[in-house]
Design a protein around this ligand. Structure first.
Ligand code: ZN
Length: 867
């Protein structure tokens, strides 16, 4: 058996030898045997990317990396030269799987000079274009590949690049002043996924790339790797196609026909037998927690979803509660009722009965149900105000270490006792400061260290913070960030005073408890020789240079990675990126999900601009700005965002001849760039001068770092629709339901007519703003009130009314809701009610006391360019 995850997943370019499994594994091996409990507390030190002094890639000094950051060993190109002897029976191959050389001719020459200008390069005069936002959603640009490759390429929903035309050299990338990186949503829910069971998983012998649609077959028996160009043999087994039951057509195997596939892995891909699904709940039961009342909702959700927890007959579950002491629950089968065991020594926590605290879900189901029914009332009279979260987490770590799994922590206040205790760092008077925003980073490294220990034992920690006051999320979040957990935040949570938060928690829990989960996972991204990765974004721990350790993986997690071009890509016209996610399914299967993305290489600046994926670029920039805010300062991060616009538009301007000097021009592909950057500057994470609670700001930053693009975009730039006159024109049909598709409106008060009602989709919050003069038919038929005056100030639901307009409105909102993991709260806001400020702050094209309007921002950018 291999002894490290690096060896398992194959490392990069490990060998001149023949087998990857025998390649040396430099990093400490994770504990391979669950039985030998004393765990080596040897979580390897995180690899911190070092900024270098080399060329600025773009913008205002975002740090870039040394070329040497990637694995030191140079990729090997095998002795076999990339000549293309065509095997007699395979004349069709060059057309179907053209070698890289043959492709150059078909995709070269898309530059301005030699072909009609593509729409994405149409120059747009930004200051004159009043309605820059299109009325329909912005889709990912389709990479400029030939039709065959286009058909085979990975879906942008899983895998996107900020530049769909990859610059040939770092110098060209530097000229464009745009960020280069990938946005990933690797484990998203898929309706269709080819699953491959095969004794041999075919991979490049040199760089360990999985065979994929973009390799070329030199003949029937040999294929050339599209990442390192090594020529590999086709194994005998691969000659047989189980789908078509035919022999001798390796290029028709599902691995070569699909850019997203999943392999069932053999024991070669295991360090130990696949772990069972293990779930531990760690619950705050201090006075504050009991008062907030979340226990009732959690226990009810668990009771309802107990049978839907992903797992198999081995699934295990356990519960701990804590205030100033820690409480364990013996749920061993055979007991007449759950047994509570209290440990009051929080300085040196021990496990009272280690074997009966995590129990088999099926064997102990009745006891578990008894506990869940009892828990909400067990602490009702508590006067205990302290919170020993740190010690409770230490106990959870001990309990989980033998198996690994998922710890779900529910916390309602600042931890006040024992290890990891925190003090309030927020000065409420500074919430609307325009100057320095402090304390965006952790106050202690306790939570990060604990997370790294957990990660080393394949345990992820998810945090549910339900707080009515400052709880130092910046410190607490570290327990999830570095253990590949997730973070949920419910400010002002109270189960009766804040019913919409309570309902949101209940809905979020349903998704959380029942969604797919992968255990003991690692993820590696490979790219064509010449490109290199640096700086990863998301919740994980970097185990070795480019291997992300993910104790858990869930379908709602997004990642980003920055790229640089280390060697010119002059010899190739295509580059590829491949993500491999190796994980244990909840059913105990070892699986590898592989995504492969193919993009063309271009040599002119115009072509680079033509291929900008502006949404991917803005999401990558947002991730970089979070890092910058924490490592440097918020104002630095804001400056960098502005400079990203100034530099890229200035660089573009210099490529366009006979430009009016007074105009601010952008290629059509970048026309939304300034708008999105302005939106980021007004986002909770980065705004200044508007009252923002520190925990709210930090949570927004956590979301930016861990959400997939599709959800992050709504958070950055909400979608606004007029909904008082919905029609079926252009409607889509979803499961027998007709869903109206109203046009998008720009985020400006000028679009709000008093006679209308507007829905704003901000990702995790929906607002319906109702104008004072809104048509009574809408108020009656959709809201269920006779007139504007009778609409209550607080309204969070649309009633189910038997009218066509009610049906349309609800159908549209349900459709929007269904597409996301977190259940959004709906606020119905009357014009002139105090709550409308919340809604109006999202109208980012408008001026506020603290920030530019869109037009002012353009003028500012223009001024900076002319400087
Ligand atoms: Zn290779």
């Amino acid at each position: 058996m291999p002894n490290s995850y690096d060896a398992l997943e194959g490392g990069s370019y490990p060998d001149m030898l023949s087998s990857s499994a025998s390649s040396p594994a430099p990093d400490p091996a994770p504990e391979p045997d669950p039985a030998s409990a004393p765990a080596p507390a040897s979580a390897p030190a995180p690899v911190v990317p070092q900024p270098s002094k080399m060329a600025k890639p773009f913008g205002y000094g975002y740090p870039t990396l040394q070329p040497g950051y990637q694995n030191a060993t140079a990729p090997l190109i095998s002795g076999v030269q990339p000549s293309n002897p065509v095997y007699s029976g395979f004349q069709q191959y060059p057309q179907q799987y053209p070698g890289v050389n043959q492709l150059s001719s078909s995709i070269g020459g898309l530059s301005l000079q030699s072909s009609p200008q593509p729409e994405s390069l149409r120059p747009v005069n930004l200051t004159q274009e009043r309605n820059i936002l299109p009325m329909t959603p912005v889709w990912a640009p389709v990479p400029n590949l030939n039709a065959d490759l286009k058909k085979l390429n990975c879906s942008p929903d899983s895998f996107r690049c900020t530049l769909t035309n990859i610059p040939q050299t770092q110098a060209l990338l530097n000229k464009a002043k745009l960020p280069l990186g990938l946005l990933l949503h690797p484990f998203r829910d898929l309706t269709q996924l080819p699953v491959i069971t095969s004794n041999t998983i075919v991979r490049c012998r040199s760089c360990r790339t999985y065979i994929n649609p973009f390799v070329s077959f030199i003949d029937q028996r040999r294929w050339k790797c599209n990442l390192c160009y090594r020529v590999n043999d086709v194994p005998e087994e691969f000659m047989y196609n189980p789908l078509t039951r035919s022999y001798g057509e390796p290029h028709k195997r599902p691995e070569v026909q699909n850019s997203t596939v999943e392999f069932i892995a053999s024991s070669d891909y295991m360090l130990r037998p696949p772990q069972p699904a293990v779930y531990l709940f760690v619950l705050d039961v201090s006075h504050n927690a009991v008062e907030a009342g979340y226990l009732t909702i959690l226990c009810q959700s668990l009771l309802e979803n107990l049978d839907k927890l992903p797992g198999d007959s081995r699934t295990r579950i356990g519960f701990m509660t804590f205030d100033s002491t820690i409480h364990f629950y013996n749920l061993q089968e055979g007991l007449s009722q759950p047994q509570m065991l209290i440990v009051s020594d929080i300085d040196d926590v021990f496990l009272p009965t280690p074997d009966s605290l995590l129990v088999n879900l099926y064997e102990s189901k009745e006891l578990i149900k008894d506990l869940l029914n009892a828990l909400p009332n067990m602490f009702t009279n508590t006067r205990e105000t302290h919170s020993a979260l740190g010690p409770a987490l230490q106990a959870a770590f001990k309990l989980m270490s033998p198996t690994g799994g998922r710890v779900s922590v529910f916390q309602t206040q600042l931890p006040s006792l024992g290890a990891g205790l925190l003090q309030s760092r927020e000065d409420p008077n500074q919430r609307s400061s325009t100057k320095v925003v402090q304390h965006l980073g952790p106050a202690t490294d306790f939570y990060k260290k604990l997370a790294l220990d957990c990660s080393g034992q394949q345990t992820a920690v998810d945090l549910f913070l339900l707080s009515s006051q400052y709880s130092d999320l910046a410190s607490l979040a570290c327990m999830s960030k570095y253990s590949a957990g997730c973070i949920y935040y419910y400010p002002s949570f109270h189960y009766t005073h804040n019913p919409s938060q309570a309902e949101k928690l209940q809905k979020d829990l349903k998704r959380y408890l029942t969604r797919k989960i992968g255990f003991e996972a690692v993820m590696r991204i490979r790219c064509t020789k010449g490109l290199s990765m640096h700086t990863f974004h998301g919740n994980f721990f970097v185990r070795s240079t480019d291997l992300l350790s993910l104790a858990n993986i869930n379908p709602d997690a997004g990642f980003a990675v920055q790229l640089s071009i280390e060697e010119s890509l002059t010899d190739t016209s295509l580059v590829c990126f491949q993500t491999a996610l190796l994980y244990t399914s909840s059913k105990g299967e070892r699986r590898i999900r592989v995504h492969t993305l193919c993009l063309p290489v271009v040599s002119s600046l115009a072509d680079v601009y033509a291929g900008v994926d502006v949404q991917a670029a803005i999401c990558l920039l947002a991730n970089m700005a979070v890092d910058r805010s924490v490592s440097s300062s918020l104002s630095d991060a804001r400056d960098a965002l502005v400079n990203a616009v100034v530099d890229s538009l200035s660089a573009y301007g210099s490529t366009v001849s006979n430009l009016q000097h007074s105009a601010l021009m952008a290629p059509s592909s970048l026309k939304l760039f300034p708008l999105y950057v302005l939106a980021l500057l007004k986002q909770k994470a980065f705004r200044t001068g508007t009252s923002t609670r520190l925990d709210d700001r930090v949570y927004a930053m956590c979301q930016i770092k861990s959400q997939p693009l599709v959800h992050l975009m709504k958070m950055i730039h909400p979608n606004l629709y007029r909904i008082d006159r919905l029609t079926d024109e252009g409607a889509v049909h979803v499961n027998d339901r007709i869903v109206p598709q109203p046009p998008l409106q720009k985020l400006s008060a000028e679009k709000l007519t008093r006679e209308g009602a507007f829905l704003m989709d901000c990702g995790s919050v929906f607002y319906i703003w109702v104008g004072k003069g809104c048509d009574n038919n809408f108020i009656e038929d959709v809201l269920g009130y006779t007139n504007f005056a009778s609409i209550p100030q607080k309204m969070t639901h649309l009633p189910e009314l038997d009218t066509l307009s009610s049906e349309r409105a609800r159908s549209f909102i349900t459709w929007l809701r269904d597409s996301r993991p977190l259940s959004p709260i709906l606020h119905i806001v009357k014009d002139e009610s105090p709550a409308k400020a919340e809604f109006f702050q999202h109208l980012i094209e408008d001026r506020t006391e603290a920030a530019f309007s869109y037009y002012e921002f353009l003028l500012h950018v223009q001024q900076q360019i002319c400087k």
